[in-house]
Ligand binder design. Structure first.
Ligand code: PLP
Length: 281
């Protein structure tokens, strides 16, 4: 099931074409997006997602998103959703048709893919793959758009297919010096002796709203958190490695590059409870 809302606050038929074939979102993947989890009609981290949409737009010289219009479009989707209580809310903004200067924008309610629910419950095997950049390139070469949530995710999806060829479910990207970066659609969190650690976004990775919510909860409950570079040996030595993203929430990595990691089932349960506690207050 899909519910589609436009930025003027109207509903549109999701089965009817909306984009022109020469929309730059289609022609060049030139645009940005956000994926938000909705539970019982409440979007999680909507503010941070809209902040990040604005940040991505600025990084790509797109017009600043009209926040009030996005909030209204999101509400229209939520008000008209009749599917499962837990679902996806996707925001898309493209550069529109060349020369018009008018972005194409919509909010789309969708069901969660069954594979995502399975991975949440069962955990995943991941492989490390190099991204080909040094850890300091983001600042030197902003045109690479590292850390922007752009629509150009073909490379990220190709990495996931490579993982499947290697018998795994997902990927941990590494910088050219071996520094741990992020997953193609997730933030890496490793737990060592009760301390939650994640790589800094200065490495050219997307600041994750789920990781941020998890760390907020951890700090609130007196745990230590560290934002600092991680290496692959750090992941192998961890009590638990998790890939965090809005819809998958906190997913346990049970196997890395074919090696079984420390059994983190109990720690995973604890991390999920911690993350959920942010929304039960
Ligand atoms: C590259 C990348 N890193 C991290 C994340 C996790 O971000 P969030 O927790 O805000 O969904 C995503 C989300 O899709 C992503 O695409």
């Amino acid at each position: 099931m899909h519910v589609l809302a436009l930025l003027d606050g109207t509903l549109a038929d999701p089965t009817v074409p909306l984009l022109r074939v020469d929309d730059l979102g289609v022609m060049r993947g030139d645009g940005i997006f956000e994926t938000i989890l909705v539970v019982d009609g409440k979007p999680r981290e909507l503010g941070p997602h809209l902040d990040r949409l604005a940040r991505s737009a600025a990084m790509m010289d797109l017009p600043a998103p009209d926040r009030a219009a996005w909030e209204r479009a999101c509400q229209v989707v939520l008000d008209n959703w009749t599917g499962r209580p837990e679902h996806v809310l996707k925001l898309v903004m493209t550069r529109g048709v060349e020369g018009t200067g008018t972005p194409t924008e919509f909010a789309l309610g969708m069901e969660i893919a069954p594979a995502v629910l399975r991975q949440r419950a069962e955990g995943i095997a991941a492989v490390t793959l190099e991204r080909g950049f040094g850890p300091d390139v983001a600042e030197r070469a902003p045109w690479l758009l590292l850390g922007a949530k752009s629509l150009s995710y073909a490379v990220n999806m190709a990495a996931v297919r490579e993982a499947a060829r290697r018998g795994a479910d997902d990927v941990v990207f590494l910088a050219s010096d071996g520094t741990v970066l992020e997953g193609p659609t997730s933030t890496v969190v490793a737990v060592h002796e009760g301390v939650l650690r994640t790589p800094p976004s200065t490495l050219g990775i997307l600041p994750g709203t789920t990781q941020h919510a998890l760390f907020r909860a951890a700090e609130r409950t007196g745990r230590n958190v560290k934002v600092e570079p991680l290496t692959v040996p750090d992941l192998h030595a961890a009590d638990g490695v998790f890939l965090c993203s809005s819809v998958r929430t906190v997913t346990r990595v049970h196997t890395l590059d074919g090696t079984r990691l420390t059994d983190s089932s109990d720690l995973h349960r604890e991390m999920v409870e911690l993350y959920q506690s942010e929304y039960q207050r």
